[in-house]
Write a protein that binds this ligand. Structure first.
Ligand SMILES: NC(=O)C1=CN([C@@H]2O[C@H](COP(=O)(O)OP(=O)(O)OC[C@H]3O[C@@H](n4cnc5c(N)ncnc54)[C@H](OP(=O)(O)O)[C@@H]3O)[C@@H](O)[C@H]2O)C=CC1
Ligand SMILES: N[C@@H](CC=O)C(=O)O
Length: 325
């Protein structure tokens, strides 16, 4: 069988970790081209990534996909407004042309959920978003595959590693700015941590999971968030003094369709959200008939996102897809 040809768009920490993970774990994939902000490079099978100075100017995505005969476009571009139109356009073109899209970038999936779905229908292609929905925490696969037919009616989650880490640090008496800097230093928080702290990133992940689970139009979901701000340190200490943990809990329920809320809550055992520590994450799916199902753990980091992305690409490629695999 011919190796799966991958075009990687975005060569920051996640893109670079993806390239390293492919060479360490999966000889069945070939990264045929890498696209940066304004330049790109084509790679011969098995060759190392050349110096940036030797990369050529970026071609239109149609040409890069055609020249490489790409099976999959992997997106690891910024989730920022500046990159948004490129991220969206590249995904739509790839999907319409029949290439699958695996994305760690969140912005276009949030803004154009149904348009991406239509483009995939037109091209007979697929979209996978594990890297965008909690990195190494396998929430997307759980929602898309494992919970099918389980009658899940609601979810509660702490899917943002930064807020979990920062709230634990505040509960130990660390200052807010120091806790955020530490989260950035560890690669958990984004360079601009505002979405991590405002609750927006947690809401984003729950919106995407609600789209997979209940077919909600992700782009139209209403969001209400409570931020971690200067009033939070005193609250984290007071909650800790009662033996509880302050958590930024994102939730959605079929009882309140098309709405996602993020609230700071004091979590107590046996709530699984009370036992996660540091940058760990968790999502609890309420399944009245099957019993609640919790996924927990998984690192928020460029490597975690890269491994989740590689997992999606490998599953699409159907490597070793015989017998029980
Ligand atoms: N870091 C993490 O733990 C996680 C990150 N993510 C998501 O993964 C994605 C990639 O993140 P990360 O690896 O940190 O990389 P960045 O978001 O920093 O993106 C870097 C890449 O994007 C290119 N780039 C920068 N600005 C623009 C622009 N305005 N338009 C087009 N391209 C641009 C850069 O080009 P050049 O190479 O030429 O400089 C580089 O290749 C993000 O969307 C992030 O939200 C998801 C889960 C976890
Ligand atoms: N900053 C995010 C990482 C990517 O989604 C987090 O803290 O979980």
């Amino acid at each position: 069988m011919k190796p799966t040809q991958v075009v990687l768009s975005g060569f920051g920490p996640v893109g670079q970790a993806f390239v390293a993970a492919v060479s360490a774990h999966d000889s069945f994939l070939e990264i045929a081209a890498i696209r940066g902000h304004e330049t790109e490079v084509f790679l011969a099978p098995g060759s190392a990534v050349p110096e940036r100075s030797s990369w050529a100017p970026l071609r239109p995505i149609e040409e890069t996909l055609a020249l490489t005969r790409a099976d999959v476009l992997v997106q690891a571009l910024p989730s920022s407004p500046e990159a948004h139109s490129r991220v969206l356009q590249e995904a739509i073109v790839a999907l319409r042309s029949g290439a699958d899209v695996v994305t760690a970038t969140k912005s276009h999936v949030l803004s154009h959920w149904r348009d991406l779905e239509r483009a995939a229908d037109e091209g007979g292609s697929r979209i996978r978003i594990s890297g965008a929905t909690g990195a190494a925490l396998p929430t997307a696969d759980t929602a898309r595959v494992a919970l099918r037919g389980m009658g899940c009616t609601a979810m509660r989650a702490c899917p943002n590693g930064t807020s979990n880490f920062v709230l634990d640090e505040l509960a130990r008496g660390v200052e807010l700015s120091a806790a955020v800097l530490d989260a950035q230093r560890r690669g958990i928080a984004e360079a601009d941590p505002s979405a991590d702290l405002s609750g927006k990133d947690a809401a984003t992940k729950v919106r995407l999971i609600a789209g997979l689970l209940w077919d909600w139009d992700v782009s139209r979901i209403a969001v209400e968030t409570e931020p971690i701000d200067s009033t939070t340190p005193a609250r984290a200490l007071a909650v800790a003094a009662r033996g509880l943990r302050l958590r930024a809990v994102a939730s959605a329920s079929l009882d309140q369709p098309m709405a996602v809320r993020v609230r700071l809550e004091a979590a107590a055992p046996p709530d699984p959200l009370s036992s996660i520590t540091g940058p760990e994450k968790a999502m609890v799916f309420r399944c009245p008939e099957a019993g609640d199902i919790t996924v927990q753990g998984g690192r928020s980091s460029p490597l975690g996102a890269a491994l989740a992305t590689l997992k999606d690409v490998s599953n699409l490629a159907g490597t070793k897809a015989t017998g029980f695999r």
